[in-house]
Write a protein that binds this ligand. Structure first.
Ligand SMILES: NC(=O)c1ccc[n+]([C@@H]2O[C@H](COP(=O)([O-])OP(=O)(O)OC[C@H]3O[C@@H](n4cnc5c(N)ncnc54)[C@H](O)[C@@H]3O)[C@@H](O)[C@H]2O)c1
Length: 300
């Protein structure tokens, strides 16, 4: 899709991180935005930030894991904006647990959002997108949809699932010669609130005594789960705004598999070259990240 001007874009998880920044960057490009989010306060904040861009903005409070709420969304968006051209299935949550310690509730909650949220958003909007001359579905997987690490099994199932689902849909659209472009997004480590929000939901188990937990891979000794969430944000090589710009730049180039951040490229490469041993090589990526903590700013 070459131009976003006057397009209508639906963004889930628009209250924070990459969702919010996608909304801002798309509004700057002249797109009208339907903001979908579970948290009313952050949804309102994003809507406020979009006011200065003079584009159509609508707000929709929903849980992407609730099929009925998502299936009601297309009619509301079309009533408000007249049509829908782009859907960003971006909403997600962080959670960490070993397979042994995970509960049925963790699996249901995590996959409800990470996997079914994307399936719901895609299936609800696809018939409407097919009616447009040009349309796009942009599903957010992760680098954790390409390789695995310990204590992330629920997140991995969600993100590998999104990748498989999205690639299959992309082939279906290609074979049909459809107008609908299908993108899968694989961010590396991006400075957002995802670990904080996971902590708030009690889904990040973190024992400061056990420094083998996730936060330690960023080379810092966090004392509380909130501190770990903040470190996750501060230690990222790129921020959410740069990530959003990278995603949109790739959509303009019609690059259907979008890696976001130099760490995403490194993980992807290591996984391809060493499919069996990559887990032992990841510490070297972390070491390089410590030596070169930030990516170069994106020139646009
Ligand atoms: N930050 C990273 O390092 C990273 C890396 C790879 C992939 N991702 C993925 O990128 C996407 C965006 O995450 P982010 O990092 O910007 O995180 P974020 O926490 O800053 O934003 C996620 C947003 O989704 C919303 N949300 C959560 N559950 C929801 C639900 N059930 N219904 C509707 N909205 C809901 C949250 O309230 C929040 O506003 C997610 O899918 C995440 O898994 C993030």
């Amino acid at each position: 899709m070459k131009d976003f001007k006057n397009k209508v874009a639906v963004i889930t998880g628009a209250g924070s991180g990459m969702g919010r920044e996608l909304a801002i960057e798309l509004a700057k490009s002249g797109a009208n935005i339907a903001l979908a989010e579970i948290d009313e306060t952050t949804l309102d904040e994003t809507a406020e930030l979009l006011k200065k861009y003079n584009v159509g903005v609508s707000k929709h409070i929903l849980d992407v894991g609730n099929k009925e709420e998502v299936y009601n969304l297309p009619d509301k968006v079309i009533e408000e904006h007249g049509s829908v051209d782009m859907v960003f299935n971006n909403a997600g949550v962080g959670l960490a647990s070993s397979v042994e310690d995970s509960t049925d509730e963790d699996w249901e909650w995590g996959l409800g959002i990470l996997l079914h949220g994307v399936i719901n958003g895609t299936r609800a909007f696809l018939p409407h997108l097919k009616k447009r001359p040009e349309a796009a579905i942009v599903n957010t997987s992760s680098i954790f949809g390409l390789l695995s690490v310990p204590n992330q099994s629920i997140y991995h199932v969600g993100k590998y699932g999104v990748r498989g689902f999205t690639e299959s849909l992309a082939l279906e659209m290609k074979m049909e010669k459809s107008n609908v472009e299908v993108y899968s997004v694989h961010p590396g480590h991006i400075g957002t609130n995802i670990a904080n929000i996971g902590a708030r939901n009690g889904k990040f188990e973190f024992d400061p005594e056990k420094q083998d937990d996730g936060p330690n891979i960023f080379g810092s000794k966090a004392k509380t789960v909130e501190e770990a969430g903040q470190l996750f944000k501060d230690k990222a090589p790129i921020n959410a705004n740069t990530a959003a710009k990278i995603i949109l730049k790739n959509i303009k180039k019609k690059n259907k598999r979008i890696l976001v951040g130099s760490d995403a490229y490194a993980y992807d490469l290591i996984q391809r070259i060493f499919p069996k041993w990559y887990i032992y090589l990841l510490p070297f990526v972390f070491l390089i990240r410590r030596l070169f903590p930030k990516d170069k700013p994106l020139n646009r």
